[in-house]
Design a protein around this ligand. Structure first.
Ligand code: FES
Length: 234
C-alpha cells in the first residue's frame, strides 16, 4: 500500500511538473535528458549526430559542455579523462579546466570548444554551435533493413537519440528516446509499445502516447521517410 501511495504521489508530482512548467524543449536544441542522470562532480559523454559532447556537472545547477576532442591532435575525449576538475588529453597529456575549457598546460595551444548548455524543466538542453552543428546529411538516420519489423532500433541523430520503430513492414516512425517520466533512455520496442524499463512506462508505436506506467506525457514524434533503403528525418 505504501509503495502504491508513493507511485501515485510520484505520478501526480510528475504531472504537476509538466502542467506548470510545460514539456522539455526540443527543436534546434538537443535534449540530453534529465539532469538527475549525473551526480555533482561527474562527467558524461553524449553523442549527437556526428558530434560528441562532453558534459561536466559542476554543481546542482551548473554544467559545462565541450566538444569532446583534444584541440592539439584530435584525440577523442571521454568521461574517464575528467578528473579533479581537469580534463586531460589521453595521448599528449594537455590539460584543460573542466569548468571553462581553458588550457591549463600544453602541448595544446588553445582551449576546448565550448557547447552551450541550459536547464529547462529539469532537462539538460545543448545548443550546438556552428562547428558542432550536425551536417545536412545528419537527417540521414539508418538503413531501413536494420530496423526489425515489429520492433525498434535506437540511433543517434541531430535530434538526440531516437527510437525508430517499424510496427508493420514498411511503416516507420521515430520518437525521442528520452522517456518523459524521468529522462531515462527507453530500452526497446515491440510492434505496439516503446518500453522504458526505468519505471516501466510504455508508449504507443503509433503516436508516442502513453500506454502505461508513471509517464504522463507522450514521446516526441518525428516523421521519417525512406529513400533507396535509407531512412531520413523529413
Ligand atoms: S524514466 Fe521512469 S519510466 Fe522512464
Amino acid at each position: 500500500m505504501a509503495i502504491q501511495r508513493r507511485s501515485l504521489l510520484a505520478g501526480a508530482l510528475a504531472l504537476a511538473g509538466f502542467i506548470f512548467a510545460g514539456p522539455p524543449a526540443f527543436g534546434n536544441e538537443v535534449n540530453l535528458g534529465r539532469i538527475t542522470q549525473m551526480k555533482n562532480g561527474t562527467a558524461k559523454l553524449f553523442s549527437v549526430a556526428s558530434s560528441r559532447v562532453l558534459v561536466f556537472r559542476r554543481s546542482a545547477k551548473k554544467f559545462s559542455g565541450f566538444i569532446a576532442t583534444c584541440p592539439s591532435d584530435d584525440t577523442k575525449l571521454t568521461a574517464a579523462n575528467v578528473l579533479g576538475g581537469k580534463i586531460t588529453c589521453p595521448t599528449d597529456s594537455s590539460v584543460f579546466n573542466a569548468t571553462t575549457g581553458a588550457r591549463v598546460s600544453g602541448p595544446a595551444t588553445s582551449g576546448l570548444e565550448k557547447v552551450s548548455l541550459k536547464i529547462t524543466n529539469g532537462f539538460l538542453i545543448a545548443t550546438l554551435g556552428a562547428t558542432a552543428a550536425p551536417a545536412p546529411t545528419a537527417r540521414q538516420l539508418v538503413e531501413s533493413s536494420k530496423v526489425p519489423v515489429g520492433g525498434g532500433l535506437k540511433v543517434s541523430s541531430s535530434q538526440g537519440v531516437l527510437m525508430i520503430v517499424q510496427p508493420t513492414r514498411g511503416n516507420f516512425a521515430a520518437y525521442s528516446a528520452i522517456c518523459t517520466h524521468a529522462g531515462c533512455e527507453v530500452s526497446r520496442a515491440t510492434a505496439s509499445a516503446i518500453i522504458c524499463t526505468c519505471h516501466d512506462s510504455e508508449f504507443s508505436t503509433s503516436d508516442g502516447s502513453r500506454l502505461a506506467g508513471p509517464a504522463s506525457m507522450p514521446l516526441k514524434k518525428y516523421s521519417v521517410v525512406e529513400r533507396n533503403g535509407m531512412l531520413f528525418l523529413s
